[in-house]
Design a protein around this ligand. Sequence first.
Ligand SMILES: [Zn+2]
Length: 443
Amino acid sequence: MNILIQNVDIITLDDENRILRHAELAVADETIVGVGQPPSCFAPDEVIDGYDHVVLPAFYNAHTHAPMTLERGWAEDLPFDRWLNEKIWAAESALTEEDVYWGAALAACEMIRAGVVGFADHYFWMDQVAQVVSAAGMKALLAWCLFGLGADQEIGGVTLERTLEFAQRWHNTANGRLRVTLGPHSPYMCSDDFLRRVVESAHQHGLGIHLHVAESTDQVKRSLEAHSQTPVAHLAELGVFDARLSTIAAHCIVVNADDVAVLAEKQVKVAHCPKTYLKLAMGMAPLQKFLDAGVEVALGTDGPASNNDLNLLEVMRLAGLYQKNDQLRSEALPHTDLLRLATQAGARALGFDRVGVIAPGQRADLILFNTDRPHWMPRHDLEASIVYAAHPSDITHVMCDGRWLLRDGVLITLDEERIRHEAEQRAFRMVGTPLRQVRTYRG
Ligand SMILES: [Zn+2]
C-alpha cells in the first residue's frame, strides 16, 4: 500500500533536527520512502491532505501495566504501601484472564489516541495482552510479571517455565511487532535464587529482563541491611544488568552516584515515570544526572492505577517541567530532547529499530496533530507546541509500520465502543467481588 501525505509540516527528529513546512511524505508498505517530496514514479493508493497538520515520529511508552486500566480511579490518594497492599494487590485477587484482555484493549484504544504505537508491558496472563497487540497493529515488549514466591502466590499459578513457554509462543511474532522479555517483579519481592534463575533463563532463551528498581528509601535501606548493597549494585552483582539482556529498570528513584555509573556502564534502560512519582509522592528520579552520565533513559506512563492515564504527552511535559523547576534552570531539558526521549529513546528501550526519525528507509510509525486549534496559534515553534501545549485530542492520525491505527479520529483496528463497555463492566465486577490481599509489600 502506497500512502502520500501532502502539504504537511514534518518534524523529522533527524540529526539536523530539520522541520519541513508544507511538504510531502511518502510511505510504501511499512517504510518511509520520501520526505519533502515522493520518489519519482510514486503511485499512491491513498492521498491524505496534511494541511494544518504536523507529522512526527510516534511515541513509545517504556513502562506500563496496560490492563490496570481496570483499576483506574480505584486506589486514590494513598501512600505507596497502602496503595499496593489494600487496593491493588487486593483487586488482583479477583482478576480473571479475560479481564486482562479487555483491560489491555481499553489501554490500546487510549494509547493509540495519545500517539503511542509501542509499549513495554509488565503484567499477568500476557497471552491476552499479546492478542490485543497483535489485533491492534501496535508494537510491544511484553513481560509476564513473576514474584518468584511459588506458584500458589502467583496470579494464575504460573511458574518461570510457563512464562518461558509464553515467550516461545510470541517472541518476534506479528511481523516483528511483538517482542517478549522476562518480568521478575523487583529485587524487593524476588529472592536472589529466583533472580539468578531468571538471568540464566534469559541468556538461554535470548530474552531480556524488565523489572522495578529502587522506588523508595525504605527499599534501599532493606537492601543495605540484607545484602550490604544498594538495589542497583545488588542487581548488577546478580547479573540482572548484563548488557546482553537489554534490561529495563523501571523507576530507579533512590540511587547514588555509584548506582548511576553502574546503570550507564551496563547500558540499562531506565524507564522514567514522573507522573506516578508525583502522584504517589515517591520523590523524583534524578533524570538530569542520568542523562549527564549517559544512562539510556526512556519515558513511561506506569500503570493507569497510579497515573491515571496512558498519555505520554503529559509524561513528557511533566518530565521537563519538573527538571526545569528543580534545577531552577529553564534551559534544562530543552523541548527537542524531551521529544527524543518520548520517541527514539523509547523505541530503543523496547528493542525496535529503524524508528524515531522521519527519513527514507525508516519504518512508518507516525502521528499527525491537527494544528488548526486555538492553543496552537501562532505556529512559531511546532516542537514547543507539542511538548508544552498539545492535547491528545489534537491527534487525528496514527500509523504503525505503514498501517493506519487511527484515521481522521477513528480507531481502525479496535472496536472502541464495545471495549469501553466490556472493560467498565468487568472493572465493576472485579472490585465488587469479595477481595483478599494476595501478597504483602513491606517498604
Ligand atoms: Zn510499574
